[in-house]
Design a protein around this ligand. Structure first.
Ligand code: GAP
Length: 444
């Protein structure tokens, strides 16, 4: 993980936030390549979830909702982790994760194992961030930053099912920031307090819930392998009853083998009719499906939920490689071309040469209308290739002497390092086509 963090910083993907003020633990800002890569992940998810389907629509709900939403959903009473304080080192630990924690005084030991440790009894710590709405600072103005995007979907069930004229099975998808005051954030972006969730609530007739639950586990697993994550690095793990959230009647995690071990990448849950029933009771508005013949029922909900951060880290870990090529070491990110921040670089071999420079600029202008591409004319060509390898750019088009003679360019492949020549007039179509091709990780 240290190597990934260092590359992210060096190449401007992600930096520690508020750095000039000493930072704010486990909070990060995204630089140019990080933003591009996050945008690609978000659009690929929306493409698979909304654009390519007839049965899912999108929504964008508010971050700060009426606090009654969180009372009804069970978050005010139950969205908490058990917390233990150490009176000696003043650190806080999750009581259910003590085996993964380090003692503040003796990092070689776990909390409680060192003779000076003085641990409190566990107490429940609610993970929701509180805020105030309006100028009054009394209890009546208390509100919360949402800890999941899902509730913004449930409370809009009636609006969407009526206005979008949907009947189960159908889904509502949302992407947006969620906030959790995690007791022990860490491992880079893996567990942070502010993250971008991508959740889809799929409403189904109760009798079909199990079938759709299995269907969504399979769909989401395939989405990852389709984006180049090796099957050997992915697994599905079903929660036992004691692990499940208060609303769940079945949950499976799609886990990725991060450098910190097998961890949840995405969760797929069968939430039953818990949420719609709770909001119906608390709001007095019936959230149910009413059929043409007057038949009515409360749909069950199947929910695939993930954060861009967890995907981002998994993709980076999956891509990172160090290789020796012709006695030289290179660090290369074998990112899936659709996820790579920059799809292609346009490089004039000799930037001073007017003919090469103008052709490179014209090609760059043509390609940038369709894709995120980069024009780089600074430094030796070898260094420019290595820079593109480190940010994971799948292809580089080089304009050289031969281009001036026959209007062809070299295309260099990041993974195989093979080079071939193409007519400059066909580069845009070649790139469109290359981005549609199936891609497999060269890592074994
Ligand atoms: N609506 C259900 C829900 O929020 P969750 O398992 O608590 O369930 C869903 O979260 C997903 O959100 C996780 O699988 C993970 O991808 C992501 N996630 C949760 N907490 C996170 C955190 N602190 N930092 C980054 N991602 C997080």
């Amino acid at each position: 993980m240290d190597k990934i963090v260092s590359l992210c910083r060096r190449r401007g993907f992600v930096f520690p936030s508020s750095e000039i003020y000493g930072g704010l633990g486990s909070t990060y800002d995204y630089g140019h390549y990080g933003v591009l890569m996050k945008n690609h992940i978000r659009s690929l998810w929306l493409r698979a979830m909304v654009q390519e389907r007839d049965d899912i629509v999108a929504i964008d709900s508010a971050i700060i909702l009426n606090p009654a939403v969180w009372e009804a959903s069970g978050h005010v009473a139950g969205f908490s982790d058990p917390l233990i304080d150490c009176r000696t080192c003043k650190l806080r630990f999750r009581a259910d994760r003590l085996e993964d924690a380090q003692c503040g005084r003796k990092p070689s030991k776990r909390p409680g194992e060192f003779s000076e440790c003085d641990l409190t009894e566990p107490r429940q710590f609610n993970l929701m961030f509180e805020t105030q709405v309006g100028a009054m600072e009394d209890g009546s103005s208390k509100a919360y930053l949402r800890p999941e995007t899902a509730q913004g979907i449930f409370i809009n069930f009636k609006n969407v099912s009526q206005l979008a004229r949907r009947k189960p099975p159908f889904g509502i998808a949302q992407v947006g920031k969620s906030f959790r005051n995690e007791i022990t954030p860490g491992n880079f972006l893996f567990r942070v307090r502010e993250f971008e969730q991508m959740e889809m609530e799929f409403f189904v007739p109760p009798a079909e819930a199990e079938q759709w639950y299995r269907y969504w586990i399979e769909q989401r697993y395939s989405w990852y392998t389709g984006l180049g994550i090796r099957e050997s690095m992915l697994r599905v793990r079903e929660h036992d009853e004691s692990e499940r959230s208060h609303y769940s009647s079945g949950t499976s995690d799609i886990e990725y083998q991060y450098p910190i071990g097998w961890q949840e990448l995405e969760g797929v849950a069968n939430r039953g009719d818990y949420d719609l029933t709770q909001h119906t009771k608390a709001s007095g508005t019936k959230l149910e499906f009413v059929g043409q013949e007057g038949d009515r029922y409360t749909p069950y909900v199947i929910e695939p939920a993930v954060s861009i951060e967890r995907i981002f880290v998994a993709m980076l870990c999956e891509a990172y490689d160090e290789e020796v090529v012709g006695e030289r070491e290179r660090t290369v990110m074998h990112l899936h071309p659709l996820v790579a921040p920059v799809k292609a670089a346009v490089l004039p071999l000799v930037p001073r040469d007017e003919g090469m420079s103008s052709r490179a600029r014209a090609l760059f202008e043509e390609l940038r209308r369709r894709h995120t591409v980069e024009h780089d004319d600074s430094g030796q060509i070898g260094r420019r290739y290595r820079r593109q390898d480190e940010i994971g750019t799948p292809w580089a088009f080089t304009i050289d002497d031969q281009t001036l003679e026959d209007e062809t360019v070299t295309v260099r492949d990041r993974d195989s390092l093979s080079q071939e020549r193409l007519p400059i007039s066909g580069v845009a179509a070649w790139l469109d086509d290359a981005l549609q091709r199936e891609w497999r990780s060269p890592k074994t």
